[in-house]
Design a protein. Structure first.
Length: 155
């Protein structure tokens, strides 16, 4: 599959709600969200089991802040750099605009959350559209998270 990139973060201490990923399609190239994976490494054997809400949203017009700007990595080393922008772990969430929720998951943090969309489920973001994968509940205590999202750039 051509034009596929990964965006990831590793070993981030998470204590509050945040946009785990914020993606903005290039003004001339739509993107497709193919799937994502989330995991944590600090709550192993913890008797206080948690289920955290994960939401996939789009339509925000104001970017979030307070995170990092990881470089999308091409799955094919012969591909050019991605033209979409990516942010991770924004502690101020993207806001404003006409925001819609495309998916909601309750993640039991004892096991990784792996979501791979079938072709019919893949979310296509029009040129210049913003989308986020959001941690919508606050963890009971700090958890060390890692995550990856697979994005295909069209055009």
């Amino acid at each position: 599959m051509s034009g596929v990139y990964t965006v990831q973060f590793n070993g981030v201490a998470v204590t509050a709600q945040m946009d785990l990923f914020e993606l903005v399609a290039n003004s001339a190239k739509p993107i497709v969200i193919l799937g994502f994976s989330l995991s944590q490494s600090t709550e192993v054997g913890d008797s206080a089991e948690e289920a955290l809400s994960i939401l996939l949203k789009s339509g925000q017009t104001t970017s979030g802040s307070g995170g990092s700007t990881p470089t999308p990595v091409a799955n094919d080393s012969t591909m050019a750099a991605a033209s979409f922008t990516a942010e991770a772990n924004n502690t101020t969430k993207a806001s404003a605009g006409t925001i819609v929720t495309h998916g909601a998951w309750n993640w039991n943090i004892r096991v990784p959350l792996d979501v791979l969309f079938t072709q019919e489920q893949q979310l296509v973001m029009a040129a210049s559209r913003r989308c986020t994968l959001e941690l919508a509940t606050t963890p009971a205590d700090s958890i060390t998270m890692s995550g990856v999202i697979w994005v295909q750039e069209l055009g």
